[in-house]
Design a protein around this ligand. Structure first.
Ligand code: AMP
Length: 397
């Protein structure tokens, strides 16, 4: 039994066919530049420990053509009959969903109603759902929301100190994102460290191109650093994270920019890219900093400073703090960023293990601290597997 997992962006579609129990992937890939002349699809087929990759044009196709190509591949590989359900990553579920949902016309309507909160993501997710339902009308389709895991936050964490009717009329509050990753990684860490599933405290740092920190108590999200949108919180690849909201009006007035231009720059031209003036890619910045690039060094230092500050502040909301968990492209691979972060957290009882930290990269997982009040651990995230598992669980296959 296999689950097809789809993650649709505005011009892309990531897909994977996998076994929700073993996690074994049979087919995966990425369609990009959808809706444009150069639309293409990459297919990776896995059998007997071998991978076979191919890439082809989609002739200007969009989500419908990409899904049709995946379906044709399933037929060609004789795997179509094994597909039991389709799991869709959906970015914003508002306050309605605290768990995955079987997609019905009512559920689709709620995803549509959340478009103002995620104007780029939810329409793309709906395009993927529409294309997949047309291609696989006989299968159950499940929506797995990025926001759902964080619905256990209390008002003290999710409300902004703004006029109440902004919340009651317009839904202005903190929702949080990366929920599927945080939930998966927290569960893995509890197992790896032998913690009590009903009594533990974790702080999970998901550090990729997008970055967020979540405090997890007894399996539930207590607080998370992304807010109403993914712009809040940490310094990220191209997002600023927290800034004074007054700078928007200031830049409109002083630089003659529109509100959309300022918001666009805070999302796409800021963060590591903005500070370094060089790149949003941590690998490149580490190398440039080693070669004396002052902007790259400042970007790294600011990234780590904000990260360590956020982690320390999240310890305040937990009853107990057992472990700090690193995940995501940077969290799983950059021993340098982890070392700098742990160093800053020394006063909270974290004792780094230099050797373990340096060797825990490229898919290695495990503890990277010595005995202390808090354990630091690296866990590889796997959002596709989490979506497949939650989909299988919901449709009881
Ligand atoms: P993700 O969005 O999870 O794929 O993470 C992307 C980020 O991980 C980029 O900033 C990459 O530069 C970073 N990354 C991946 N591998 C490494 C590495 N070996 N050292 C430092 N950063 C890395």
């Amino acid at each position: 039994m296999q689950i097809l997992v789809l993650n649709s962006g505005s011009s892309s579609l990531k897909f994977a066919l996998l076994d929700p129990v073993s996690g074994d992937v049979r087919l995966s890939g990425l369609a990009e530049r959808l809706g444009q002349e150069e639309a293409s699809i990459r297919l990776d087929r896995f059998a007997g420990g071998e991978r076979e990759r191919s890439e082809e044009s989609l002739g200007g196709g969009a989500h419908t053509e990409a899904v049709a190509r995946v379906l044709a591949e399933l037929d060609a590989l004789g795997l179509r009959a094994d597909v039991a359900a389709v799991g869709h990553r959906v970015v914003h579920g508002g306050e309605t969903f605290n768990a995955p949902a079987l997609i019905t016309p009512e559920v689709e309507a709620v995803i549509r109603a959340c478009i103002p909160l995620a104007p780029l993501h939810n329409p793309a997710n709906l395009a993927g759902i529409e294309a997949a339902r047309a291609a696989f009308p006989e299968l159950p389709h499940v929506a797995v929301f990025d926001t759902a895991f964080h619905q256990t936050m209390r008002p003290v964490a999710y409300r902004y100190a703004v006029p109440e009717e902004w919340y009651t009329h317009y839904g202005v509050r903190r929702y949080g994102f990366h929920g599927t990753s945080h939930q998966y990684v927290a569960g893995q860490a509890v197992r790896m460290l032998g913690l009590n599933p009903g009594r533990h405290g974790l702080i999970v740092a998901h550090l990729g191109n997008g970055c967020s920190v979540t405090s997890v108590q007894d399996g539930k999200s207590r607080d998370t650093s992304m807010g109403m949108t993914p712009l809040e919180g940490l310094v990220m690849g191209t997002r600023s994270g927290n800034v004074d909201p007054s700078l928007v009006e200031y830049m409109v007035r002083e630089a003659g920019m529109t509100v959309q231009e300022v918001t666009g720059a805070l999302n796409k031209e800021s963060g590591l890219l903005g500070l370094s003036g060089l790149s949003n890619d941590m690998r490149e910045l580490e190398e440039a900093a080693r070669n004396g690039h002052a902007g790259a060094q400042l970007a790294i230092d600011k990234f780590v400073y904000r990260l360590a500050q956020t982690i320390a502040s999240y310890a305040v909301g937990l009853h107990r703090w057992d472990a700090l968990v690193f995940t995501g492209g940077i969290g799983e691979n950059s021993s340098y960023i982890r070392a700098l972060t742990m160093e800053r957290l020394g006063s909270l009882g974290l004792v780094p293990d230099e050797r373990a930290n340096e060797s825990t990269v490229r898919g290695e997982q495990g503890v990277i601290s010595r005995e202390g009040w808090v354990t630091a651990v690296v866990v590889s995230t796997n959002e596709e597997l989490m979506i497949a598992r939650q989909t299988a669980e919901l449709v009881k296959v």
